[in-house]
Design a protein around this ligand. Structure first.
Ligand SMILES: Nc1ncnc2c1ncn2[C@@H]1O[C@H](COP(=O)(O)OP(=O)(O)OP(=O)(O)O)[C@@H](O)[C@H]1O
Length: 272
């Protein structure tokens, strides 16, 4: 075998082992969270989430899944050596303005979708542009929003398959449709990262699967980093690239989704 062929084979083998060099969407060092000043939910926790990754966070009730994301975003108080979103620091030393700029890149989708029922679907989606400095004023109302913004909102609705419902009052939607509107609203932010906290907890299994498939497709198509918190182990295995599990204030599992099964995760977390 020639040395060039051997070298190529070595390189191919190595590139399967070494992760490609990504930018980091979230880099956390030595995160500490305490609600009472005595006991700690997290102590010296480190976490890296590469840009473009689809990460599932699992763990029992009260394990601290939501708190982890909220602490990183500065929504609840914490101490850390450093927290960076896309290389931008967010910690106790960061100004409010800088935090706001970083948060503007993060789209949230919650279990309770928080859409405004008295407004139309399109007006709800337009609300996603509120964090964008150029469009603060009245841009959320479909009658007053600039044409360009309405077109963008229609594109976001198209991505979630709901253009035909744009004029409908949000109060007339099903749970699955409402969650799609919440996703369209998050997309309107032009996010670099979407954090979905139990996004399908209130949906039936079919609607839940459809919404998770939509998240996964959006991440694959646009490259947006996706972090979803879930009690559905099958969703973690099916829709994530990587799964981390939390237990007693530590990350006690960090695995490629392709290397695990629902049964294996169920045996670790005591629920299947
Ligand atoms: N603001 C707060 N003040 C005091 N304790 C809090 C606060 N927020 C969360 N906690 C506590 O921190 C722990 C972790 O809560 P968290 O909501 O992060 O858990 P979780 O893993 O997301 O749970 P679930 O799966 O039930 O949503 C819980 O014991 C909770 O009571």
């Amino acid at each position: 075998m020639s040395s060039a062929v051997a070298l190529e084979q070595n390189f191919n083998a190595l590139s399967k082992i070494i992760e490609p060099c990504h930018n980091i969407a979230l880099k956390v060092r030595k995160l500490n969270v305490s609600f009472d000043g005595n006991s700690y939910l997290y102590r010296n926790l480190d976490l890296d989430i590469p840009d473009g990754q689809k990460l599932a966070i699992i763990g029992s009730n009260g394990a601290g899944k939501s708190t982890l994301m909220r602490a990183c975003l500065g929504i609840i108080p914490s101490q850390s050596e450093s927290v960076h979103f896309f290389d931008q620091p967010v910690d106790n030393r960061t100004s409010r303005r800088q935090k706001r700029n970083v948060l503007a890149k993060v789209g949230f989708v919650h279990q309770k979708h928080n859409i405004m029922e008295r407004l139309s679907v399109l007006s709800n989606v337009l609300h996603g542009a509120l964090g964008r400095a150029r469009f603060r004023c009245l841009c959320w109302n479909q009658a007053l929003a600039p044409k360009q913004l309405r077109e963008e909102a229609m594109e976001c609705l198209d991505r979630v398959g709901l253009t035909s419902l744009a004029s409908r009052p949000a109060s007339s939607l099903s749970g699955g449709q409402s969650q799609r509107v919440a996703i369209a609203r998050a997309l309107m932010q032009k996010p670099s990262l979407i954090i979905a906290d139990e996004p399908v907890a209130s949906l039936d299994p079919v609607a839940g699967n459809e919404v998770m498939a939509l998240f996964s497709e959006l991440s694959d198509e646009t490259g947006v980093t996706l972090v979803f918190i879930s009690h559905h182990l099958s969703h973690a295995v099916k829709y994530a690239d990587r799964i981390i599990g939390l237990k007693q204030g530590t990350i006690n599992l960090d695995v490629a989704a392709s290397n695990t099964t629902v049964e294996e995760l169920g045996s670790i977390y005591d629920y299947a």
